[in-house]
Design a protein around this ligand. Structure first.
Ligand SMILES: *Cc1c(COP(=O)(O)O)cnc(C)c1O
Length: 492
């Protein structure tokens, strides 16, 4: 089997993995999906002996089949090294009745590091493979975590530039400082007077702006994307679901082959889609629970089959999930319609023009694998408090959203893996206020000390370094001016 990548929106000629990674998004505006899924007959005894890196190699090999074994191994070795605070890379922790998959031990303390540590290495090789000597320009919209993780990953990578747009008032103080302290001549960070959706919509538009693309080609430049619309981000995320499952078997918490539910705090639908991919390649997952915050457009969608982004946008304590247009849902729709690009294109066009689309009843019955729920701000804070009071376990607001939704949807006899996406130290104020039950009038760095005193949880090294670093002053621009800004940076 040779897996290629095809668009969700037209029947284009499929392209290789390296081309799809390089391109980021299909020329018709659709997203790349694998033409088929490999199936793994997991030998649970044997897999227990494998490291994270070895599992990553095995899972990614069939998906990225135009990379040689040596190339893939090199990329993996560079990605999952001492940058991570623990040699386990993605440890599973038991707290109360739930298991938590901690994906925040990378350099920027959020789960984006899991795939972004790898992406620049994949992209550099992809570029060589396709005889492209063009400079790769990464254009990224961030709801807080992707921007920093992508800049950290691409900083000073030869022949690349990275431009990050973030919503001016839509990220936490720590997230903003992380981005504004990024070093690297090839990194650019811009604040947008708008929300994440405004920035993401514009980025997608620019990535498909053929005039701009032609001008760039003349200057030896080419766009790519580090958002989860890039398949090079999605596939590496499949690995940790397998790794988590195997760890649970190894610890005797799961019997080999026993099914497991997962609950994923969701924004752009990338992480949970990777869970769905893990199920499709043969991992014994049962329900996939899609957890949203107050921006609960996905909860409504999974319950009714109608997607409607025409609703208030809330800035919540889990900013990386403050999203009303979840890009990766498009990939799920494509797979659930048995790969019908015409239908998908119609829905995506309706979403763009009218702000909504609706599936008929028959279609909406197909996602029996998925369940959805959401947590209000109060639910989120109570969950942080209860998890600490009952189990002594400290979680961040994103993880708390998933923890709450998992508890709401508990099925007797089912075991649930809650995906933990950020370090509590990335959102210290909310965590301190939730646990202490009192509001505090201090900045995030003072809140970090308080969180440490309150819980005894050790402060990650990346946070300590952040305090000392000097911040740049970001330009603040309107979404309408993003194109001109990109042209200015690229000198075209
Ligand atoms: C990005 C992010 C999410 C949402 O993940 P998606 O793949 O966009 O659904 C959740 N939590 C944190 C901390 C994140 O950074």
């Amino acid at each position: 089997m040779t897996i290629l990548y095809t668009s969700t929106q037209t029947n284009q000629k499929p392209i290789s993995a390296s081309q799809a990674i390089l391109q980021g998004i299909a020329t018709d505006g659709g997203l790349f999906v694998p033409t088929e899924f490999p199936t793994f007959a997991f030998d649970f005894e044997e897999w227990q002996t494998l490291s994270y890196q070895e599992m990553a190699f095995r899972i990614m090999t069939p998906f990225f089949n135009d990379f040689t074994a040596k190339e893939l191994r090199d990329c993996i070795a560079k990605a999952y090294d001492e940058k991570f605070e623990t040699p386990e890379i993605a440890p599973v922790v038991k707290s109360g009745d739930h298991y938590f998959l901690e994906l925040f031990h990378g350099p920027t303390l959020a789960f984006k590091d899991m795939a972004l540590s790898l992406l620049p290495h994949l992209m550099t090789i992809a570029s060589k493979k396709n005889h492209s000597n063009r400079e790769i320009v990464i254009l990224t919209a961030t709801s807080g975590d992707t921007g920093k993780a992508a800049m950290a990953a691409f900083a000073d990578v030869p022949n690349t530039k990275i431009i990050v747009f973030y919503p001016k008032d839509g990220v936490s103080a720590i997230q903003e400082k992380q981005m504004l302290t990024q070093v690297g001549e090839n990194t650019f960070v811009v604040a947008v007077a708008g929300n994440f959706d405004d920035a993401q919509t514009k980025v997608k538009e620019l990535l498909n702006d053929h005039v701009l693309i032609n001008d760039m080609a003349k200057h030896g430049q080419q766009f790519s994307s580090a958002n989860s619309i890039n398949i090079g981000r999605l596939i590496p995320q499949v690995v940790y679901y397998v790794y988590a499952y195997i760890q649970l078997v190894k610890k005797g918490e799961l019997k080999a082959g026993e099914s497991l539910d997962i609950c994923v705090p969701t924004g752009n639908f990338g992480n949970i889609l990777a869970g769905y991919f893990a199920k499709k390649i043969g991992l014994p997952l049962d329900f996939l629970l899609c957890a949203s915050n107050q921006n609960n457009v996905l909860t409504d969608f999974f319950q009714t089959g109608a997607y409607d982004k025409k609703r208030p946008f809330y800035v919540t304590s889990s900013p990386s999930m403050d999203i009303l247009v979840s890009s990766n849902l498009e990939r799920l729709l494509y797979l659930l319609t048995d790969r019908d690009p015409v239908e998908v294109k119609q829905w995506m066009t309706e979403l763009k023009l009218k702000g909504s689309f609706s599936l008929d009843k028959k279609k909406s019955e197909r996602w029996s694998d998925f369940k959805a729920g959401y947590a209000s701000e109060a639910d989120t804070q109570n969950t942080i408090a209860n998890e600490f009071k009952e189990n002594g376990y400290v979680i961040d607001p994103h993880t708390a959203v998933a923890d709450f939704v998992a508890k709401q949807n508990e099925i007797p006899q089912h075991k649930t893996l809650v995906v933990s996406t950020a370090s509590p130290y990335k959102f210290p104020k909310t965590v301190v206020e939730s646990i202490s039950g009192q509001s505090i009038e201090v900045d995030d760095f003072a809140a970090i000390q308080k969180l440490n005193q309150l819980t005894g949880l050790s402060i990650p090294a990346a946070i300590t370094a952040l305090k000392e670093a000097t911040e740049k002053n970001p330009p603040v621009i309107l979404p309408a001016d993003m194109k001109a800004y990109v042209q200015k940076i690229l000198d075209i």
